[in-house]
Design a protein. Structure first.
Length: 76
């Protein structure tokens, strides 16, 4: 089931993690590789995905981070 443009979730694929539609590559893997310093091209080649798919993963990660409430310090 597509939950965001280019991103799907299926309980039978990668334990239900958000993945690039039509692949078994989860968003966290793509974003994590970029965060580790890998180039777009290196990520594309390593996972056999397109530039548009890398961007879809980044867009989804940005969307999710916009909708997660910030951490609040607990009063002691």
């Amino acid at each position: 089931m597509e939950i965001f443009p280019g991103i799907s979730m299926d309980p039978n694929v990668r334990f239900g993690k958000p993945c690039l539609t039509g692949t078994r590559i989860d968003v966290a893997t793509v974003v994590g590789a970029l965060a580790a310093g890998e180039s777009f091209q290196a990520v594309q080649e390593a996972y056999s995905i397109s530039h548009a798919q890398v961007l879809a993963a980044l867009r989804y990660a940005a969307h999710v981070s916009e909708h997660v409430p910030p951490a609040v310090e607990q009063a002691s």
